[in-house]
Structures are given as structure tokens and as C-alpha cells.
Design a protein around this ligand. Structure first.
Ligand code: ADP
Ligand code: MG
Length: 852
């Protein structure tokens, strides 16, 4: 506590006024006293002594008395003056109990004069953080005033001192000793203090109240701003009265009402009578309010109605507010019209997409980033055979073939990088089927993947088919070109060959068997045969030669071919022939069968050439479907004659096997293989309604099987015996060919065969001969294409001149004349050049026999 300060007089420096008065009083007294003494002595002395001598001591005693009493009087006056001063000082401080009241006052009390404090009570000192003595002795008034208030205080003090009328109190910012501001309310009154104007007053520290008020004001302002700036409509509801007591602008906007008018309404008046749940609004809202009052924070959807009658779906949140004397609820309303609309639009769009998803004719997968299937559409189930539940247990790796997993991983990496990818995977179905699926995958913003898959099996097949057709077309075009070429050269070539082959054969006959030239002639013959075969092959292949099918037994044909093959068989190759007895006949072209056997055997011999081994030919009857299904020919059920050609040669690998029937496919060096052999075999087998199968492995030999449909009910034509040279009996033959070497060879051969021959190298000459001398003519053999008159024209003339004359047509071309025309022209035989003596002999015998 502050020490009780000394009395105001003690604090006040001694004023010169009071001392002066004391001296003045003492001086006046001394003058009066010494005057009176002198006068009284003079009166006493004059009356008794009458002489002035005794006067001087009396005067001295009087002076001493005056001096002493003057000093005493002076002291007395001083004492009283002091008492008087003190009494004056305490006139305002009152009695001692009043003084203690001032000292203890909770209000600051001050006396100021000349911009200094004459007195301050302890409370005042405490307000500013000083002691009273510090304030009185050390500070001026402005030291206790904050700079912002100094002008105000100074002006007010000046006006008060001037006695201008003004209010008793005012506020200013004070300054605490520690530097913080104070809010001070001050009262003051002008007084006279020691003869000069001063101000006495009280002072209150209202800092706390001021700050609280300020804080309240600010808080109120913040609350207003907060409410006004809120996007939601916010209101305070007086529950008892059911009206809004406060609201922000959003509420006004929401309901289309403003200010006081809105203040006359409550949420229930601004709602339709019934809520969508069928409850009366009044009851429904009361229920929510009750919940809020009981302490929960209800949030609910509510339909309000604006003044204009518009129904507004809202979300309302209520909370009770502390309030005295009434129940206040704070509510916030969010207009959810847009949210509703958006939700509905979203739901609609969801539904549309779902429909699209389900109706899509592509399979659609939605999968998580780790590949798990999250959603699939109906078509996915149809395509894969797995139902929806099964699919949702799987990952993409389960529905894509293992072989494609590496590719899938690669694609997934690219999708993550680029966001989208187009790929074709092989998908695995429940039944094990695998189909190619064209897949368009997209990375969704949520990291999942959406893939649309289309089964492109058909397209792939169509593509493959197109490629096959294209290839076939190219082959056909190639073959056509070859055919044209072959047709062009075959005629000349065959004529040349006929001369070579014929002459070689004749030479072989005339040379003694031991002649050293025999070997060379044999070589010429072999080479010529090969050349002949080659031309045949090309003609056959390019379909230049007409197929002449007849019902026949395969056995003699096979034996005949084997005989020819045997000639060129290397010593290291053993030939086996196994023919089941009683085989049914087949419908086939004998030349073609011969070609098939020769081609297969040639290949087999090639395969056996280096290592040697066995070539086995077999004929057997089989029934389709065959018990042994290893070869699986694609044939309708029935009986078939099967030709098996097996060799123990080097065999073939899978890659070769795949391509052996392709025309021009060969693994043999140039000059050795043409790649036509198996292509021709294949073509022949097909055109005879048969089938061919092959089984082979590297170093394990090869087996070809050829099936011909059996012709059970038709009698087979007796085979021609080509190998025996039938001796003629001098019958007259007219031989017509414009090629001199051929004509010459034919003349020699026919003569050697025992016939009488007339050779014409000009068809017109032949015609003449027919007209003049035809009586003993037994047969006419004519070339087809000759200058001047064609073979066919010549035959027609011959028919006219000598009906019934057997005719053999010779040709160097492939397909020259159809069977019908041949019958019409009475052509017994079409012979292909080059011919051998055996061929000639057999053809002539056949023709003569027919006309016997
Ligand atoms: P070429 O004999 O002119 O090569 P082919 O069409 O006759 O033409 O045969 C095609 C290919 O088939 C041959 O080059 C050969 O590789 C293979 N081939 C055919 N038959 C056999 C066989 N019996 N053993 C091994 N390979 C064979
Ligand atoms: Mg071949």
C-alpha cells in the first residue's frame, strides 16, 4: 500500500505570505507597545519626580520589555499563522476521517495547479503505476496522458481554468508507467488554491470496461459480418413466438421478403402445408426444434416456399443458442435445388450410361489398376461364357491367354503412360476357346481402366481367307501364264522330243546288244523320257490336258508304273509292292494315276538317294470313317481304294510339310526340283474326288496315302498292255505329219512293227491318197496341227471318203479335243507326242481291234 503522505502543508513549500504577515503583526505590536510604555513612563515620572534623569533607565527597561514581548508575540503569531495555514489546507480535506476517506478512495483524487499535481491520492497513483510522491514531486500532468490525448487534456484543463462552462467529465487516454494505454474518465472543478486557480477532481480507470465494450462491439461486428458474408441463409428463431428475430441477407433473398416483413414470419409460415414425407410442416418443424432444444444438432431436408410461391428444397441445420428469458434457435438453410438437380441429372446420366454399357455389342471391362475386374457388361458374359459373378472374381490375366501376358504387361505400361491403347489380345473363354479380341483401352481419371473388346474372329478369318484367295489368284495367274507358255512350246518341244526319242529307240534296236553305244543311247532315252514327263507335268498342271476318266483297276496301272520306275531305281533302294487281292475299281484318268505314282515315287527315291532304304507301295481297300484315324482324310463315309507310298528316307520337318503342296515349293537344288510334283498330285487327287494325307518326321521316313472312291458296281475296263510289242500283219496305215523327222521315225517304227505305211508330210497329199487309193487302208494316223489342212478337217474328209476308217490323232499339245468330238469323228485314240514304239504299237492294236 502506499504510505500515507505527509499533510499538504508540509508538502507545500512555505509560502512567503504567512511569514510576512507575522512580521508585520509583530512590528505593529512592537511599535504600539513601545509607544504605550514611553507614554505611561513619562506620565508616571512627570507626576512624581518631575525630572528627566530617572527617565533614561525607565526608557531602557521599557525597550527591553518591548523587545522581549515583541519576540514572544512574533513567535505566537507565527504559531497561529501556522495553525491557520494548516486549517486552511484541511479546509478541503476536511476532518481527519474525511481525509482518510480520500486516502482510501477507490476513485482517484487529485489537485492540480500549474500543470503539476499538488495532491494525488494513492488510488490515482496506483492507476498510473507510480507512488503519490513520485507523481507530485517528479511528474507533470502531461506525463500521465497518452500522446494522442495530450492536446485534448491540455485544452480541457485550460478551459476549465479559464472558467469556461463545460461538462464535468470527459475521457482521455492515459499512459501507465509501464507504457500501456489506459482509458481514463476524469471529473474536475476549478477552485482557488492559495489564491490562485487550481483544479480539484476525481478520476476513474475505465480501461477494463472500455476494452470489454470494445471487444463486445468488435465481436458483434464480426458476428454481423460473418452472418452477412455466409453463403447460407442464417436466422435466429424465437421458438416461443415462432418468428425470425435475426437473419442475414440470404434469408431475405431466399424467401423474397425483407427486413421487418420477414421478421413477422417464421419457417413454418414459409413452408407448404405438408412436407414431402406427408407430415404437416408445423409438426415436422416443431419436432426438429424439440431435438435442437434437447441438445442435438438436427440436420434435415425441408421444403420452403418463397413469397412468390416457389417451392425450395433446402437442407436445414438447427442448434440452440444460449439466451436469457427465451428459447433461441440458430438455423442455417442451404438451397439444395441445384444439388438436387445435379444429383438427378447425374442419376439420369448414370442410367443412360448403364443402358449403353449393357446394350453394347462389344464386351466392356472396367478393371482396377491391379487388373481386378470391377465391372463387366452383359456381352462380356456372352462372349467369354463366364457369368458376371465369376468374372468379378477374376483379373484381366485370367481372361487373356497366357501367351499374351507379356504383351499385356507391355500394353498396360503404355496405357499408364499415354492414357489409351489399341491392341489385339487372345481372350480365353470358359470352354477353353480362344478368340482374338480387338481391345480399346482407356485410363480413367480415377486410375481404373475401361476396355472395350470386340471379337474379331470372323474378321480375322475373312482376312485370312482374303489372303488365301489372293495367294490362290496369284498362283492361278502364274499357272495361267505357264500354261500359255507351255501350250506354246509344248507342240514344238514334243515334236523335237518325238524325233529324239523315236530315233534313239530305233538306234537302240539296230545296234547290237553288246555295242558300246548302247549305254549312250539308253542315256538319251532316259533323258528324253524325263523331258517328256516334264512337259506332261507342265501341261497337266496348267490344265492344258483334258481329263479322261474311266472306271479302272488300279493294280495293273500301278504295276505298269512301277516297271517304268524300276528302270531308274538306284541299287541302294529296295522296292516293295503289296497289293490286296480283290480290290474294287475306281473312276480315274490312267495317265493321271501314272503321274501320281511317278511323282510320289520320284520324291521317295530322292529322299532315299543318300542313305538308301525301302520304298514300299501298297494298294488296299479302306472304309470311311477309318478305324485308324491317324491320317484323318477329310472324306465322306464310304469305301475307298488307298494307295500308300512309304519311304524310309530323310523325312520332312513341320515347316516343309506345311508347304509341300504349294506349286513351285521345293527344297531341292535348281535343276533338280521343280516344286510341281506334289502340287500336280494334289490337283489330280482332288479332281478325282479323292484325298491325300501325309505323315512324316525328320529322319523317320514319309508316308503318303491317296484315297480314291471305290466304284463297286461298274465293271472295270481291261487295261491295255503297253509293254508288249504287237507285230502287225502288213495292214496299210496312212501316217500324216508335216514334221519330217517325226514322219521318218514313224515310218521306220511302223514298218518295224510289221505294218505297211504310207507317209504324207502334206495333208493335201494325204487327202489325194484317200480319194484315189483307199481300198486296203486299215488306219489313218494324223497330226493335229498342220499347214493348209488341220488334222480334224482331214479326219472329216476321211469320214466322208471312207466311212468307218479307224483314226488315231497325234498331238504335241496338251488339251486338244474333247471326248465328245473324238467320238463324233470316230477318233479311236488321241496320242500325245513324243511317242514310243510301245505306245504306237498299243494304240494301233487298240484302234484296229475296236474296228474289227
Ligand atoms: P520337287 O520334288 O520338285 O521338289 P515336289 O512338289 O514333288 O517338288 O516336292 C516338294 C518338296 O516336298 C520336296 O522338295 C521335298 O522337300 C518334299 N518332299 C516330297 N516328298 C518327300 C519325301 N518322300 N521325303 C522327303 N521330302 C519330300
Ligand atoms: Mg517331286
Amino acid at each position: 500500500m502506499h504510505p500515507i503522505p505527509a499533510s499538504p502543508a508540509a508538502q507545500t513549500p512555505r509560502s512567503p505570505g504567512s511569514g510576512l504577515i507575522a512580521y508585520k503583526v509583530a512590528g505593529i505590536y512592537a511599535a504600539l507597545a513601545s509607544g504605550w510604555i514611553i507614554l505611561s513612563d513619562m506620565v508616571v515620572a512627570g507626576r512624581s519626580h518631575g525630572s528627566p534623569a530617572w527617565l533614561w533607565p525607565e526608557i531602557g527597561k521599557g525597550l527591553i520589555f518591548v523587545a522581549v514581548t515583541s519576540v514572544l508575540l512574533l513567535l505566537l503569531v507565527r504559531h497561529y499563522l501556522r495553525r491557520l495555514h494548516d486549517a486552511e489546507s484541511l479546509r478541503w480535506a476536511g476532518e481527519p476521517h474525511f481525509r482518510s476517506l480520500v486516502e482510501q478512495s477507490l476513485v482517484g483524487v487529485y489537485l492540480m495547479q500549474d500543470n503539476r499535481f499538488v495532491y494525488v491520492n494513492p488510488r490515482m497513483a496506483e492507476v498510473f503505476g507510480y507512488s503519490p510522491a513520485e507523481i507530485v514531486q517528479q511528474l507533470s500532468v502531461s506525463d500521465l496522458v497518452a500522446p494522442t490525448s495530450r492536446d485534448l487534456v491540455q485544452e480541457n484543463v485550460a478551459r476549465r481554468l479559464r472558467g469556461e462552462a463545460m461538462g464535468l467529465n470527459y475521457s482521455f487516454r492515459g499512459l501507465h508507467r509501464k507504457g500501456w494505454p489506459l482509458q481514463i474518465e476524469v471529473f474536475g472543478t476549478r477552485i482557488e488554491h492559495q489564491g490562485r486557480p487550481a483544479i480539484i477532481g476525481t478520476l476513474l480507470d475505465v480501461t477494463d470496461r472500455f476494452e470489454a465494450e470494445t471487444a463486445l462491439r468488435e465481436s458483434e461486428l464480426r458476428y454481423r459480418l460473418l452472418i452477412q458474408a455466409a453463403p447460407d441463409a442464417i436466422f435466429l428463431l424465437d421458438v416461443e413466438r415462432g418468428v425470425f428475430v435475426d437473419f442475414n441477407h440470404q434469408v431475405e433473398l431466399l424467401f423474397g421478403l425483407a427486413g421487418e416483413e420477414l421478421g413477422r414470419h417464421g419457417p413454418v409460415d414459409l413452408s407448404p402445408e405438408f412436407q414431402p414425407d406427408g407430415r404437416r410442416s408445423a409438426e415436422g418443424f416443431a419436432l426438429q426444434v424439440a431435438r435442437a432444444v434437447s441438445g442435438s444438432l438436427p440436420t434435415f431436408e425441408w421444403v420452403h416456399r418463397s413469397r412468390a410461391g416457389r417451392e425450395i428444397p433446402c437442407e436445414v441445420r438447427l442448434v440452440q443458442l444460449p439466451a436469457q428469458g427465451r428459447t433461441l434457435i440458430r438455423g442455417s438453410i442451404t438451397d439444395i435445388t441445384e444439388r438436387r438437380n445435379a444429383a438427378e441429372a447425374l442419376a439420369r446420366s448414370e442410367e443412360n450410361y448403364r443402358t449403353l454399357f449393357e446394350l453394347a455389342t462389344d464386351a466392356i471391362f472396367l478393371c482396377a489398376a491391379d487388373g481386378r475386374l470391377v465391372d463387366v457388361n452383359r456381352h462380356t458374359s456372352q462372349l467369354t461364357g463366364f457369368n458376371r459373378e465369376e468374372l468379378l472374381q477374376k483379373t484381366v490375366y485370367d481372361v487373356i491367354a497366357d501367351d499374351d501376358h507379356e504383351y499385356l504387361r507391355h500394353c498396360l505400361r503404355e496405357i499408364l503412360r499415354d492414357g489409351t491403347r489399341f491392341s489385339v489380345y487372345r481372350f480365353r473363354c470358359k470352354d477353353g476357346r480362344v478368340f482374338p479380341g480387338e481391345t480399346n483401352t482407356r485410363l480413367l481419371p480415377d486410375g481404373r481402366l475401361l476396355a472395350m473388346v470386340r471379337d474379331i474372329t470372323e474378321r480375322k478369318e475373312a482376312e485370312a481367307q482374303r489372303q488365301r484367295l489372293e495367294l490362290e489368284l496369284r498362283q492361278a495367274q502364274k499357272l495361267q501364264a505357264i500354261g500359255t507358255l507351255a501350250g506354246g512350246i509344248a507342240h514344238d518341244f514334243n515334236n523335237i522330243l518325238a524325233a529324239i526319242l523315236g530315233n534313239a529307240q530305233l538306234l537302240k534296236m539296230v545296234l547290237p546288244p553288246a555295242h558300246e553305244g548302247q549305254g549312250n543311247v539308253s542315256q538319251i532315252l532316259v533323258a528324253s523320257h524325263r523331258a517328256k514327263d516334264l512337259v506332261q507335268q507342265i501341261l497337266m498342271f496348267s490344265r492344258q490336258r483334258e481329263q479322261l476318266r474311266e472306271v479302272l483297276q488300279l493294280e495293273p496301272l500301278l504295276k505298269e508304273s512301277v516297271k517304268l520306275i524300276g528302270v531308274s531305281l538306284p541299287a541302294t533302294v529296295r522296292l516293295e509292292l503289296v497289293i490286296d487281292p480283290g480290290l474294287p475299281a475306281v473312276l480315274a484318268d490312267p495317265t493321271q494315276i501314272h503321274q501320281v505314282v511317278v511323282n510320289l515315287c520320284t520324291n521317295a527315291i530322292h529322299a532315299l538317294r543318300t542313305g538308301g532304304g525301302t520304298l514300299r507301295l501298297a494298294l488296299s481297300e479302306v472304309s470311311m470313317p477309318e478305324e485308324d484315324t491317324s491320317s484323318k482324310p477329310n472324306l465322306p463315309p464310304g469305301r475307298y481304294v488307298c494307295l500308300t507310298v512309304t519311304d524310309s528316307g530323310h523325312g520332312m520337318d513341320a515347316a516343309t510339310l506345311e508347304r509341300i503342296y504349294e506349286p513351285f515349293f521345293t527344297t531341292k537344288p535348281v535343276g533338280e526340283g521343280t516344286g510341281l510334283g506334289l502340287a500336280v498330285v494334289h490337283g489330280i487327287v482332288q479332281s478325282n474326288d479323292g484325298a491325300i494325307t501325309v505323315s512324316s518326321r525328320p529322319n523317320e521316313g514319309t508316308t503318303f496315302k491317296i484315297y480314291f472312291p471305290a466304284q463297286a458296281d461298274q465293271p472295270a475296263k481291261a487295261p491295255r498292255q503297253v509293254e508288249e510289242l504287237r507285230a502287225g500283219r502288213g495292214q496299210h496305215i496312212l501316217f500324216v505329219d508335216d514334221e519330217v523327222p517325226i514322219a521318218e521315225v514313224a515310218r521306220v517304227m511302223l514298218t518295224k512293227l510289221g505294218y505297211r505305211v504310207t507317209v504324207c508330210i502334206d495333208p493335201r497329199q494325204a487327202l489325194e491318197h484317200l480319194q484315189t487309193d483307199n481300198a486296203d487302208l486299215a488306219l489313218m494316223m494324223t497330226d493335229l496341227s498342220m499347214p493348209g489342212l488341220s488334222g480334224v478337217d482331214l479326219i472329216r474328209e476321211a469320214m466322208r471318203l471312207k466311212p468307218g476308217l479307224p483314226v488315231i490323232l497325234l498331238t504335241g499339245y496338251g488339251n486338244v479335243i474333247d471326248t465328245k468330238a473324238a467320238v463324233e469323228l470316230n477318233i479311236s485314240e488321241v496320242m500325245h507326242k513324243p511317242f514310243t514304239m510301245e505306245g504306237l504299237s498299243a494304240a494301233i492294236e487298240g484302234a484296229l481291234e475296236e474296228h474289227r
